[in-house]
Design a protein around this ligand. Structure first.
Ligand code: IMP
Length: 431
């Protein structure tokens, strides 16, 4: 079976959880490789909706092994809660969850710093999820952070090291922010208890992923967030702190490039963004609110209303190029069903100059104005379509236009929340 890497093509929230779940059947492994509990992957199975933040969406497929890669930042408190919640809804987790010993450990003080840095930035705040992601990666890069592998240390040593780290953080909380200290002993004891729960799942990636490396086991790589939130290639500084683009799958797992298989980008049929930062096709006021209501666009992790706007070909072509996408899945097509007219940005206007490449400089991406193409809506429901020919002609034309403009085959279309509301189009949508 050919491996696959699924990557968010926009600003996250493209519906990757649903696509990974729909395409996840038959893979030996589903692997996450970057980010942490800032992600919120929603999967609808029958009448029940599940959201996972750290655990790969493969957990909803029996028998699939799930791996948390070394490129991630793992909050052990959040991970324990997620395991318990999944078990409470009847899913087996522990015997098929593997956590890389090299992943960074996200501690309660990282969350506190996240909040305080955001407050300090005031109107230039990033609008983070508040899950401590930036500060945890900061400690990783400063080479001072704890790692998942430390949870396997003798418990007394772990407690001692944890107390040292929390006390150091307390000093910074006090000197930088005049903030209250965190209870070092209590948190260190909690961490010791968590370590005992998580230890059996800690794994050495080089060993457990041998089958993937040698090609005897198949893997689906589950990206979190999206291309434009990438720390290096996104709309910096309004980004997350990891590599959400394809390179993250390599550094975040230690697997070689040949293991990635097909690189598939997931795009919504329109655009959304949570948090602050450039969003050239954003619709403001009523138009934006209308799309938000139609799409139920509220953050899966924080519940925040998402900013909404039209599909942006300039940004999407950037994602195609940066990630080397060789397939695209379009999600939430059904959200556009009732609209009489649709717009798509084909280029930007920057101070009177026409741009076709996404401007990565912040000031340029903030000032760029979309140049739209107008397309008719189809004004018919698509939720029951299970093959391309079931779709209204207008919806097919929209997809053909996107496929042509992106220069990459659309290999799947999602027309609703449930697993079966998916049209697979391995040979594309242009007939
Ligand atoms: P952080 O990752 O919590 O530091 O947040 C940085 C930026 O990335 C903020 O704009 C967040 O809203 C955004 N972000 C982080 N995770 C996600 C996600 O899973 N979906 C969409 N946006 C995200």
């Amino acid at each position: 079976m050919e491996n696959r890497t699924l990557i968010g093509g926009q600003w996250g929230d493209e519906g990757k959880g649903k696509v990974i779940d729909a395409l996840g059947e038959g893979f030996d492994w589903v692997i996450r490789y970057q980010g942490g509990a800032n992600a919120g992957h929603t999967i609808q199975i029958g009448a029940s909706e599940h959201v996972v933040h750290l655990i790969p969406s493969g957990v909803f497929r029996e028998g699939v092994r799930n791996y948390l890669g070394g490129g991630m930042v793992i909050d052990p408190w959040a991970l324990r809660d997620e395991i318990l919640e999944l078990e409470a809804t009847g899913h087996t987790v522990r015997d098929r969850l593997y956590i890389s010993s090299t992943a960074a450990l996200l501690m309660p003080y990282h969350k506190r710093f996240d909040e305080l840095y955001e407050e300090q930035r005031k109107r230039r705040s990033i609008g983070t999820t508040g899950r401590g992601i930036g500060p945890a990666y900061q400690d990783k890069l400063r080479r001072t952070g704890l790692r998942v592998g430390d949870l396997a240390l003798p418990l007394e040593k772990l407690e001692r090291i944890a107390i040292e780290h929390i006390l150091e953080a307390n000093e910074l909380l006090s000197s930088l922010f005049d903030a209250e200290p965190l209870p070092a002993k209590v948190l260190a004891e909690e961490l010791v208890t968590l370590a005992q729960t998580l230890r059996p799942m800690i794994a050495d990636g080089f060993t457990v992923l041998r089958g993937v490396r040698e090609g005897t086991q198949s893997a689906l790589f589950e990206g979190a967030q999206g291309t434009l939130l990438d720390i290096d290639h996104g709309t910096y500084p309004y980004v997350t702190s990891s590599n959400c683009t394809v390179g993250g799958a390599l550094t975040g797992t230690g697997l070689p490039p040949r293991c990635l298989g097909d690189i598939v980008g997931v795009f919504k049929a329109y655009c959304t963004r949570v948090g602050n930062g450039p969003f050239p096709t954003e619709l403001l006021a009523e138009e934006g609110e209308h799309l938000r209501e139609l799409g139920g666009e509220y953050g899966a992790t924080t519940g925040r209303p998402r900013r909404c706007g039209w599909f942006d070909l300039v940004a999407a072509r950037y994602a195609v190029g940066i990630n080397g996408l060789n397939g695209v899945v379009i999600t939430k097509l059904d959200v556009l069903d009732t609209l009489p007219a649709i717009q798509v940005a084909e280029a930007y206007d920057l101070d009177g100059e026409r741009l076709v490449d996404f401007p990565v400089r912040l000031d340029a991406s903030q000032r760029a104005r979309p140049v739209y193409k107008d397309l008719p809506g189809w004004e018919k429901p698509t939720g029951k379509a299970r093959k391309l020919s079931d779709l209204p002609a207008g919806a097919r034309k929209y997809l053909e236009y996107l496929e042509r403009s992106l220069g990459v085959l659309i290999v799947g279309i999602s027309v609703g929340k449930t697993r079966d509301q998916m049209i697979l189009t391995p040979t594309g949508v242009t007939t």
